[in-house]
Every structure is written in C-alpha cells, then in structure tokens.
Design a protein around this ligand. Structure first.
Ligand code: ZN
Length: 418
C-alpha cells in the first residue's frame, strides 16, 4: 500500500508575480500561496519557477507511465502522491484527423481531453492544485464554478480523503449535471449569485476567516499557483507527441480563464529553458485563443492592443467554459498570444452549435468549447488567416455528455419535447 504525503518538490526554486515579476522565496511561504501582495488588491497570480539544473538531472518522463500527469514530476511543484491519485489524469492522445483535414485542406490534429476521469481537462489543474494545497497544510478547498472545475475539485478532494470541496454555483444550476456530479464526489454545493463572479463574491465573504487562516484554500482559476502547473502538462504532452517532428504551426485553444493557454506556453518555454526541448522543435506554435462573440474579453483586448483584459458584460454563450467575462491572468494570455505570433478570434454561437453537431456526425465526443475551435479554424481558413497545408492542433477540452445533458435540461424547462 502506498502512502500519500504531498510535499513541495525540491526542484521548485521560487514563486514569481506574473505581472510585476517580483520574486517570492518559497522558503518564506507558510500556507498555500494565493494572489501576490505586490500588485493592487486583490493581487495578481503567482507562478512557480524551477531550478534548471535540478529539473534536468531529475527529468525522466517515461520512467513512471502509471503516474498520469505526475510522469513529468521533475517539472511539477508537488511530489509524494501515490500513483493511484492521478494515474488516470492526462496522457490524452494527439491524433491526426483525416476527414477534418480533407474538409479544411490543412493537417488537423486533435487532443481530446474528455478521456480525463471527470470528463474534462479541468482534472489536470485541480489534481495538481489540491495536491499542492495539501502540501502547504490546507485541509479543504473552495471555489466558484459554473462548470467542470467544481466537479474536479470534489473528485480530487475525495481521492485524498479530505472534507468535501465547497463548491459555489450560480443560482439556476440546481439539478444540473455539474450539481449532481459535485455531490456524487462528496462536494458541498452552495447556490449564490447570477454568475461565477457573483458566486465567488459570496464565497469569499462567507469563508473570509478560514481562508485567512489557511484552513481553506480558494482554488479558483489562478488564485493559487497549482492549477496552472497541472494544466501545463498538456504542453509537455504535445511536445512528446511531436517528438522528432516539428510542432504544430498553430494551436487553437478555447479560452475562458486561460489556464491551459498560459500553461501550454509555459511548458513549451520551460522545456527550452531547461535545455530539454526536442531538436526538431525549433519553432514554437502560434497560439489562437478562441472565444464566443457573446463573451470575448480576450479578443477585445487583443484587438485593441491592450496589455491587460478589461472585463466585459457577458451575453451568455452556450459554451459555459467560455462564459468568463473577466480574466485575472489576462495580461499573461495576451503576452502568450503576442510572443507566439498568434491571435484571438471570436466565433458566433450558431457556428459553435453547428460545429458541435458536426462532431456528432463524424463520431467525435467533445463539447461546445471544443466545437468552438473547429468553428474558429473554419473561419480562419475562409479568411485566409490559416494557409492551406498548415499543421493545426485543436484542443478538445471536455465531453459531449455535458452539453447534451444541459440542453435537455434547458429544453425541459422550456417545455420542449424530445
Ligand atoms: Zn504582483
């Protein structure tokens, strides 16, 4: 029997403010770090940095194939997890899709994250964030959610035998698949607010004291540094999938909070900085952030040439994961897009729904957010932004079952028969 005692990885050298660049020594951190204290309140996300020589000496991704995303342990912030904790997280395949390639006259590769244990890529971030919080002494986790993140938080809390995650959902999510799945994994669900931001506000007021004492960790997107580190394993896996070959020219990423976008870029750059990148990977991919035109703060900021994202009023998109009107890590998303030579694109919900229907027709199980990447690629081919023959990777982030169950619930509320 293996014992789980998460500890901070000795390869971690420091934390750094993503906005100001100010360093925080990891030795001075007594509880799970939240946002920085150098920037105006509430602060900006802190990111983990590693000691290059130490990572290089310990890097052995193929050594423990049953460890799931902890295969990349040397470049991750926490060690000491039993193999069963996250053995089924990550390691999603990258595969070539002939039919989409033929339709669009480009080489289409897909990375389908719906194979993760709770059905979405959120598992990567929450598996890491919860393990890191526990390594810092936390015993319970809370977050606002209008999607899969709450389910993942409940699942990984259950795996470590912690008290159920406290999950704040907007009013109106009662009985939804997210609500039911959170409860299934032992989460305690509270309904408050009109949207994820409102739910978060209520949560931070209600839990102010235990959060300040470090008993609870606010594991909202980018409020602690672990989720980014979990999500970046997608970047390590993409590099591995194209070993000996050039990386894709372009990666289309459905963008809400942007953890994966920032994470993939961090991972590809870390491999370079650590001297571990494949000799064939001389050029990094251009990143394309895909949003719904009903909630597109990153697109607006990118097009305006802004350095940070200004919150917008969401007009509600069918793609829950893209319904993020503000983004605390907007500055890093914009940096990643510009450094990579990429772009931000908004697509109409009607095109997302049509791409989702097409996924069904070709036997591809992925949700609305994933369908948005296909809608964006189609648009980019029409406009000529992506040229014929380009090598394109679409990130498919979660299962088709969620939108199917949510749309049947919506239809039932409207009294539509099936
Ligand atoms: Zn700061």
């Amino acid at each position: 029997m293996s014992v789980t005692t998460p500890q901070i990885n000795p390869t971690v050298s420091r934390l750094r403010c993503s906005k100001s660049g100010q360093e925080v020594s990891i030795g001075n951190v007594r509880q799970c770090p939240g946002l920085c204290s150098c920037c105006p309140a509430p602060g900006k996300p802190l990111v983990v940095e590693y000691d290059r020589a130490h990572v290089r000496a310990a890097w052995a991704p193929s050594a423990a194939p049953s460890a799931g995303l902890f295969r990349f342990a040397a470049g991750l912030p926490v060690v000491g997890l039993a193999p069963g904790y996250a053995g089924d997280v990550g390691d999603t395949p990258v595969f070539y899709h002939p039919r989409l390639s033929e339709e669009l006259d480009v080489e289409v590769f897909l990375k389908n994250e719906s194979r993760n244990p709770s059905g979405s890529f959120k598992d990567r971030g929450l598996a890491m964030g919860i393990a890191l919080g526990v390594a810092f002494g936390a015993r319970r986790f809370c977050l606002p959610t209008q999607g899969n993140a709450g389910v993942s938080a409940a699942m990984f809390s259950a795996r470590l035998g912690l008290p159920g995650a406290l999950v704040y959902m907007p009013d109106g999510y009662q009985g939804s698949i997210y609500h039911q799945a959170c409860r299934h994994f032992g989460g305690e669900v509270v309904f408050a607010g009109e949207n994820i931001a409102g739910a978060g506000k209520v949560m931070r007021t209600a839990l102010e004291a235990p959060l300040a004492r470090g008993e609870y960790v606010d594991i909202s997107t980018f409020f602690e540094p672990g989720r980014l580190e979990g999500k970046k394993t997608m970047g390590f896996e993409i590099a591995e999938a194209f070993a000996g070959n050039p990386l894709p020219d372009v990666i289309f990423y459905p963008t809400g909070g942007g953890t994966g976008l920032v994470g993939i870029w961090k991972a590809l750059n870390e491999l370079r900085d650590w001297g571990l990148s494949d000799p064939a990977h001389t050029r990094l991919p251009r990143l394309v952030a895909v949003q719904s035109d009903r909630c597109a703060p990153v697109v607006a900021a990118f097009e305006a040439g802004a350095r940070d994202v200004t919150p917008v009023v969401s007009r509600r998109t069918v793609a829950d994961g893209l319904d993020v009107p503000g983004a605390i890590m907007g500055h890093a998303m914009l940096d990643a897009l510009r450094e990579s030579g990429g772009v931000a694109l908004a697509v109409a919900d009607v095109d997302i729904e049509s791409a989702f229907a097409d996924f069904g027709q070709i036997g591809l199980g992925a949700g609305y957010e994933s369908a948005a990447t296909l809608a964006a690629l189609r648009e980019a081919r029409r406009s000529g932004a992506i040229q014929a023959g380009a090598k394109v990777l679409l990130l498919l982030t979660g299962s088709h079952l969620v939108p199917l169950s949510m749309s049947s619930a919506r239809d039932a509320r409207r009294g539509v028969g099936s």
